[in-house]
Design a protein around this ligand. Sequence first.
Ligand SMILES: [Zn+2]
Ligand SMILES: [Zn+2]
Length: 142
Amino acid sequence: MSHPLLARAIDICKSNNVRFTPIRQQVFTLMAEHKGAITAYELLEQLQRTDSKAKPPTIYRALDFLLENHFIHRIESLNAYLMCSHFGCEHAMQLLICDSCKTVVELNDSLIDDAFSTKADQFGFKITNKVLEAHGVCNQCL
Ligand SMILES: [Zn+2]
Ligand SMILES: [Zn+2]
């Protein structure tokens, strides 16, 4: 049984004319099945259960591909990755990360994003990479 999101991802790759190799699909599925943040190391461990030859570069190349195609996000403060909640496009992003259960809430508020960029503009600052991540406790853990 393949993950329902995988079919969508395959379609997107087809129309973007990019190669969605079996290993990339496998890492995609592992990410889709995982709730919340997952590290490259955890992914490698899971991958090695079905492919004992899998090595760190295998994972990093697959993750780079998934990032480039906007299927997943990188969580800088955790050095981990997250399945995008509505993948396939580039969008504004803010993350709320629960330090207790590791749940990550993905916000896509363009107003927050624009306000931040506008402030940077006022300082004549050119943003090349923007990370908005908040740590705390989610409503389930409070
Ligand atoms: Zn997203
Ligand atoms: Zn929590």
